[in-house]
Structures are given as structure tokens and as C-alpha cells.
Design a protein around this ligand. Structure first.
Ligand SMILES: *Cc1c(COP(=O)(O)O)cnc(C)c1O
Length: 392
């Protein structure tokens, strides 16, 4: 992703407003936290990672949290922890980032894609999840699209009835809630991402949360080669040797990113609230105007993390022309996401694909507009003006 910063605009370019899709706020507190971690001389997983995990678990009201190297490694460990493996089918929405599907393939299981609800709600359709269940199904990986909670209670009830594990891909949903309870803490394991464009950016990084002690122990082992003690513990004199009891990975997070994460975690509520105000401004100006629809107008029981500002273009409006028109005005847009079942690797490997009529109808019409906490109302107005012009 290229981020066009206003400062990088050549001086002779017209004074149009360059609005990136996403942007990171860098200030002294972030720089200092990173510098302190660097100067500490302990760069791998250590006390800052532990502090970050404890603060994250407390913020989510989860029993245990494990920091990892990415959201993708979090999903991989979650699937292994709940026991997904060869011969299993795992259900997930196709309108999703590819990470969950890739990790399902990596554990030897088969991703089975389900449909979404419609232009008003881009989350999974519980009835289609139920229709996708077979005797081979072992788990459901749910997504809280754009930070809007999916119907997680109905999913838990369905999973319970069929004896399935539930993993929450909560990469969009940092700080989101459903009936007051934090997204990521409903299922067996919740997975978060700290990628540069997420609500809590550290560059790369991720977190797993769980309330289940047995799953926690498996995640702890698998994160670090299946070794029974950590370098940090041995350095502190807490342990002298170790055993290897599982075939694990190195999915650890480092101290510099944990230090940045601690600062970002403190800012998360304020940043999510700022995102919410900007989305409201988009919604007031765009929902129902020039045939544009903005999904998730009714939040119901969900308190969104407002990760994305997604619109659905009117039928027949060329998305390509729309995005090009905005790019010509200096406004960066994106698509979250091309459906996974449309990618070559999945068309070939997935065998007989279930029909996904709603995804096929809605996905070609979605566009993500710029959204980041320090975006200004004037930035939103500039995007709205360009969007209305391009859609009509
Ligand atoms: C970003 C993202 C991931 C992957 O996270 P990484 O930290 O980039 O590995 C997984 N799922 C969704 C929905 C995401 O948006």
C-alpha cells in the first residue's frame, strides 16, 4: 500500500487535497517508547511484551492474551490450538482477507466459504453457515467485518449444537463490542492484527485471546517452538534447561513493537471514537445519496470499532471509473476485499464451490473510503464531494 502524505506533494502541484486511505499518527510518545525499548538492550520477547499482553487482556476482559508476530500467525495458532487438521472443513465468509483461508489450508483443512447478508450488512449469513455444515466441519472462523460485530450469539449457539470450535478473526474489531462484551472474547480464541493500517498499528504484530486454560497452554507452547521455557526466563535464572513437547513455530513479538503497542492500546478508545465521528459524517452525506448505500446503518447490539468506511456503489456504476475519478482528485480508495473464492489459488484448490450469490452481487460494488483517527472533517468533505460527483 502506498500512502501519499500531504507533505510529499510536489510544491508545484495544484492545491488539491491529498487524502490517503489510511495513515499512522507519529508523535514523540511513540518515538520515545520505541527508543526506550531499543536502548534497553533486550530486543526479543521480554518484559514489554508481557506488559502489553496483560494490558491487552485487561482491556478485552479476557483471561489470557498472547502477543504474536502477525494476525496471520494468530489465526494459524488458533486453528492448531482448537485441533483443526487434515480432513477437516472450516467455514468462513469469502468476503474476507485471505489470511484465515490460507492458514486453514496450512493446517491441512479445507476452507468452505459462506455467503454474506446483503448490501446492508457485509457480515456472514448465519443461515448459509448452517447450510455449509457437513459431518467434516470442525470449526467456524467468523469475521467482524469492518469492526461491526457479526451475529456472534447465533453463531455460538449453532456451533454448540454441532460441536464446532469458533475462532474470531477480530483483525478489524479491536475495541468493538457486542451487547457490551468485547469482540474476540466470545469464541474459543480471538485473533487480532496490529498491521500498519489496523486500529492499533505496530507495523506487524498480532494477539490471541482466550478464556480456556488448555487452549492457552497449547498457544504458549506453539508460539515458541513447543519449548517449555523461554529465553527470557532462562536469562532471569528462572530456568536452566528446556524440553520440546510440540512441533511449534517462532511466532513471537519483539520488545520494540510491544512498546509501541502499549502506547497505541491506551489511545485505542479515543481513536475508535474519532473514527466513529468521521464515519457518521460519511453516513449523513453519502447513505442514500446518488444511489450510494453505506452498510451497517443499524448497529443493533454492536458497538463498532469503525475500522473501515465502506460504501456500496449503485448498480451499473463502474467501480474502476469511480476509483480512478477519486484518485484523480488525490483520494486513495481500496476494496475490502476481492472475495477469496475468486482468487486463482482458491478456484483451483477448493473443488466444488458452494454458490455465493449475495457475495457475487455485492462484492463488485464495494469501495473503501479513507479513514484514520486524525483525518479531519474537511478531508471527509473533500472525499464526499468527489464520491458524489463520481457516482452520479
Ligand atoms: C489484517 C488482517 C489479517 C491478517 O493480519 P496480519 O497481521 O496482516 O497478518 C487477517 N484477517 C483480517 C480480516 C485482516 O484484516
Amino acid at each position: 500500500m502506498t500512502i501519499v502524505r500531504p507533505a510529499e506533494r510536489p510544491a508545484n502541484e495544484p492545491a488539491r487535497r491529498a487524502v490517503p486511505l489510511s495513515d499512522i499518527l507519529i508523535d514523540e510518545e511513540i518515538e520515545q517508547a520505541a527508543a526506550e525499548a531499543v536502548r534497553s538492550g533486550w530486543w526479543s520477547m521480554g518484559p514489554r511484551v508481557k506488559e502489553f499482553e496483560e494490558a491487552f487482556a485487561a482491556a478485552c476482559e479476557a483471561k489470557t492474551a498472547f502477543a504474536v508476530s502477525s494476525g496471520t500467525s494468530a489465526l494459524h495458532l488458533a486453528l492448531l490450538a482448537v485441533g483443526c487438521g487434515p480432513g477437516d472443513e472450516v467455514i468462513l465468509p469469502s468476503l474476507n482477507f485471505v489470511a484465515a483461508a490460507n492458514t486453514i489450508v496450512h493446517v491441512g483443512a479445507r476452507p468452505v466459504f459462506c455467503d454474506i447478508r446483503g448490501t446492508h450488512d457485509l457480515n456472514l449469513d448465519i443461515h448459509d453457515v448452517e447450510a455449509a455444515i457437513t459431518p467434516a466441519t470442525s470449526a467456524i472462523v467468523v469475521l467482524h467485518y469492518g469492526g461491526h460485530a457479526c451475529d456472534i450469539e447465533a453463531i455460538l449457539e449453532l456451533a454448540d449444537r454441532h460441536g464446532l470450535a469458533v475462532i474470531e478473526d477480530a483483525a478489524h474489531a479491536l475495541g468493538a463490542r457486542w451487547k457490551g462484551k468485547t469482540c474476540g472474547t466470545f469464541g474459543d480464541v480471538g485473533c487480532f492484527s496490529f498491521f500498519a493500517n489496523k486500529n492499533l498499528p505496530t507495523g506487524e504484530g498480532g494477539m490471541l485471546v482466550t478464556n480456556d486454560d488448555a487452549l492457552a497452554e497449547r498457544i504458549r507452547l506453539l508460539r515458541s517452538h513447543g519449548m517449555t521455557t523461554l529465553t527470557w526466563d532462562r536469562d532471569r535464572g528462572h530456568a536452566h534447561s528446556y524440553d520440546v513437547v510440540e512441533h511449534g513455530f517462532n511466532y513471537r513479538l519483539d520488545e520494540v513493537r510491544a512498546a509501541i503497542g502499549l502506547v497505541q492500546l491506551r489511545r485505542l478508545p479515543e481513536h475508535n471514537a474519532a473514527r466513529g465521528r468521521l464515519v457518521e459524517q460519511y453516513r449523513t452525506a453519502l447513505d442514500g445519496a446518488a444511489g450510494i448505500e453505506m452498510p451497517f446503518s443499524s448497529n443493533g447490539a454492536s458497538e463498532s470499532a469503525h475500522h473501515l468506511a465502506v460504501i456500496v456503489l449503485p448498480e451499473g456504476c463502474s467501480r474502476r471509473a469511480f476509483q480512478e475519478a477519486l484518485a484523480d482528485s488525490g483520494i486513495q480508495t481500496s476494496v475490502h476485499y476481492p472475495p477469496i473464492h475468486s482468487f486463482s489459488a482458491y478456484r483451483a484448490s477448493n473443488g466444488a464451490q458452494r454458490p455465493l450469490p449475495v457475495t457475487d452481487l455485492v462484492a463488485p460494488r464495494i469501495v473503501s473510503l479513507p479513514l484514520y483517527p486524525h483525518m479531519t472533517p474537511a478531508d471527509v468533505s473533500a472525499v464526499v464531494g468527489a464520491a458524489l460527483l463520481a457516482a452520479s
